[in-house]
Design a protein around this ligand. Sequence first.
Ligand code: 9MR
Length: 432
Amino acid sequence: MRSAPLTLLLSTLLCAVGCSDSGGEGGGETGGAGATGGSGGGTASSASTSGSGGGAASSASASGSGGGGTASSASSASTGSAGGGGGGTGGGGDSARVPAASASTLREAGEKANPPILIGAAISGGGLNDANYKRVAAAEHNYVTAENEMKWDSLEPNAGQFSWGAADNIVNWARDNNMKVKGHTLVWHNQLPGWANSLSGAAAVEQAIRRHIVEVMKHFKDRIDTWDVVNEAVLTDSDTGVGNPRMRPSVFFNALGERYLDLAFEIAREQDPSAKLYYNDYSIDALNDKADFVYEMVKGMVERGVPIDGVGFQMHIGPPNNKAGGADVAANLKRFSDLGLDVLISEMDINRCGGQISAEEQLTFYHDIVEACFVLPRCVGITFWGINDGRSWLNSWSGALCNGQSSQSLLFNDQYQKKETYNRVMDALLGR
Ligand code: 9MR
């Protein structure tokens, strides 16, 4: 319902480049940078950076491998029936994705769309001890991100000593249920073990990055073909993506400058020539300062021939992150996909704590944001950051204004019943 204006805008955007009879208003609409509204939510917090301050910006040294071009390595290995091809939508055309006529699960709606779209969830090891959680997770999704178990501190708690058990449990469960897995995440300033966080000097940091990426990708080689290679490398004054966008100080940036991104992607490409390699960040969902900065950063990588295949827009809506509506998200996804990249919604939830987002607004956002991705053929997946409200990370996150209350942020309640948010997401996946 109520989606007509957005649908119109979306088709205008889709036509801005590809349709011959462009007519219409052209790009316009992008306007309102920072249109995020969102009062900011004050508290912020989130991701404590590790590194010391400063760090001169050293402009990315090229290193560019092959000729220009946009990477877009036709993703090989789509896992079994899991949604037919984590991307590969390619195919040129800008025509919108065609929805299924009907579906009884989100997963089915994604699989029957043309081209298919992956429907994902963050899965936690703890959740897999709960039969209801497992049942809903596997019935409704065909794409898995480990919520914490594949982060650096989980996989390499001591230098050069790897610990695979928790991650293997999730990856194997996903395979048993014909679900594709995205590796999350190879290089991130957060959830880093102390030994890595206290490294210093370019050589030591580069060596640690190389060993970590090589060993992790080697271990999961035949089971994971898509990776968040670098996560959250950009910072703004507010966690809502507004104010003074810049590279985030971290052990990686402080030692290597911005070129650590190129380096990480190049190592990952050497390790797996056909993997999909993504950059992932929060509060870049709307047209704000951070999204603009990341756009220029990624564009530079593409132009230098750095092997990046896509960008994940986390889509944590509401405190402590940005507030973005469907039209804003549509315009933003479109400009990134016009770089020849996959785009995806990688960690979606909509936090109602703090009263910044009403119940009705949450439903509208769920519908319109999912629709913004769905209609874009290069938008290859939509992942929700959890299954049920009771297990949401937001409930206990200091900046999220929940103070232990439920964030009411997801598609299922604590009894694993579908909420109205689920229905709105399903509507968007079915083109309603
Ligand atoms: O959901 C994750 C939570 O359990 C962890 O405590 C937190 C620690 O940083 O990370 C959460 O997941 C984050 C994801 O890995 C990257 N983007 C932001 C997510 C929410 O904070």
